[in-house]
Design a protein around this ligand. Structure first.
Ligand code: UD1
Ligand code: CA
Length: 463
């Protein structure tokens, strides 16, 4: 079996984005545009993938997956020149090998298309991905009277008859390596832009009696990105594709148009996602988990049967059957063990909540370890920061933190200990003991009536 190699062109600038970021580095559904292309190309199982970089070469190179090789093209003298540079980098290839060439600004082309390109080349010298009717600006596919492809002409170089051709070049191809090497070496800059066009390779190959095949794709598959409006369209299409696959795999969604799942996220069958859910980065969602409405979860692990309502979670781990929200903010390093709870208006950071332990309402837990089955009463907080350093709070198993307790860290509450509501706890509390820090309540008898009488007297004076 001849090997497959891939060349992806990404040296161009993409000026209409009005952004400091290179066009191919803009993200859609959790991946850069370029990485979407590379993901598709990967379906063809290439032995090597050379990515031609130029504009913002350092950033683009740094964004590539491990198995890709960046090749610098400087200056950028056209797509044909880019392929020359990449072929020089790839070195000696078996003439029967297959070389796939793709442009880095076509994120929607599916993996199957690349797989098909890798297979087709055996009996043909080149295969071109086409779209009919294709968008304005795309190169026209030129066929002779018996239908054989004999060339591609760029729109700006077309005569009136060629301009009317609706079959157009998507910018993705596969070639037999030997003929491609010879054909790119023969390219000239004889065109409107004075560049080396990869598309001119087709006429060269056809003149050498090479048979050229085409693979047609749909118009939406070749939606390119030239502006932020285009980017939004592409994001919508990718999101729909991701959500369709998830639902196919057994994930329930009330409204897939308002559910935003990055390509990098994994959601188990039987999970339920409500509208306004944003799942990002390395997030994983367990079986039977219920997320949303309105949840932003980034780089987090949500266990089986856990629930997350109206909350923001970043870099946290939520154990099976645990519950979060509504209106919780769980910041990096937070861990809820099985069946634990971070309830309404609760903020946590770098804290572990043991199995079955609960922080149900209006609390801040920072740098805390909360033992299994402990309960933290409403309004309690850890005073973990003294203005200079962060300190730890340890709450033992089964401890009961009374409402509105201030835990001034570093401090430790023993197993099964209790703190009295409203206490400012600065010293450790021994296991099973009560920590209480507040003045004794006194009773003033008849106070209310005396106060009312004073007011009545004042009112009478006024009239
Ligand atoms: C190209 C095709 C056109 C096709 C269209 C589909 C050519 C000459 N034309 O036109 O037939 O219909 O794509 O999208 O190939 N690049 C480099 N180095 C360069 C020039 C470009 O790496 O020197 C990269 C760009 O970053 C881009 C890709 O090649 O990712 C295509 O270049 P672009 O200028 O966008 O070509 P189009 O005018 O779109
Ligand atoms: Ca383009």
């Amino acid at each position: 079996m001849p090997a497959v190699h891939a060349i992806v062109l990404a040296a161009g600038k993409g000026t209409r984005m009005k952004s400091d970021t290179a066009k191919v580095l803009h993200e859609a559904a959790g991946r850069t545009l370029l990485n979407w292309v590379l993901e598709g190309v990967e379906s063809a199982s290439p032995q090597r993938t050379a990515v031609v970089v130029g504009h913002q070469a350092d950033f683009v190179s740094a964004s590539l997956p491990q198995n890709c090789e960046a090749v610098l093209q400087k200056p950028q003298n056209g797509t044909g020149h880019a392929v020359q540079v990449a072929l020089a980098h790839l070195g000696e290839l078996d003439p029967d090998d297959t070389v796939i060439v793709a442009y880095g600004d076509m994120p929607l082309v599916a993996g199957e298309v690349y797989r098909e390109l890798a297979e087709r080349v055996d009996d043909t010298v080149a295969t071109i991905v086409t779209v009919d009717p294709g968008p304005a600006g795309f190169g026209r596919i030129i066929r002779d009277p018996d239908g054989s492809v004999i060339g591609i002409v760029e729109e700006r170089d077309c005569d009136a008859a060629q301009k009317a051709i609706t079959e157009r070049n998507a910018g993705i191809y596969s070639f037999a390596a030997g003929p491609l090497q010879e054909a790119v070496a023969r390219l000239t800059t004889n065109n409107d832009q004075g560049e080396l066009y990869l598309t001119d390779v087709i006429a060269g190959l056809s003149a050498q009696d090479g048979e050229i095949a085409t693979v047609a794709v749909g118009r939406t598959d070749v939606t390119g990105v030239n502006s932020h409006a285009d980017l939004a369209v592409v994001q919508g299409l990718l999101r729909r594709r991701i959500n369709r696959d998830l639902m196919e795999a057994g994930v329930w969604m009330l409204d897939p148009d308002r559910t935003y799942v990055d390509a990098t996220v994994s959601v188990s069958a039987g999970a339920r996602l409500y509208p306004g859910t944003h799942l990002q980065g390395t997030t994983t969602i367990g079986e039977g988990a219920v997320v949303g409405p309105d949840a932003l979860i980034a780089d987090s692990e949500i266990g089986d049967d856990a629930t997350v309502d109206y909350s923001v979670l970043r870099q946290v781990r939520i154990g099976p059957g645990s519950t979060v929200g509504p209106y919780a903010s769980l910041r990096p390093g937070t861990v809820l063990e099985a069946g634990a709870k971070a309830g309404t208006f609760v903020e946590m950071k770098n804290s572990t909540v043991g199995e079955g332990a609960k922080v149900p309402h209006l609390s801040y837990m920072g740098d805390a370890v909360i033992g299994d089955k402990a309960n933290v009463g409403a309004g309690s907080i850890t005073c973990n920061y003294d203005g200079y350093e962060k300190h730890r709070t340890v709450i033992g198993k089964g401890a009961f933190i009374g409402s509105d307790t201030m835990l001034v860290a570093p401090v430790s509450i023993g197993e099964g200990a209790v703190t009295a509501a409203g206490s400012v706890i600065t010293d450790d509390v021994a296991p099973g003991a009560l920590g209480v820090e507040r003045s004794t309540q006194r009773e003033v008898e008849g106070y209310a009536e005396r106060r009312a009488a004073r007011q009545r007297a004042k009112d009478a004076e006024g009239t």
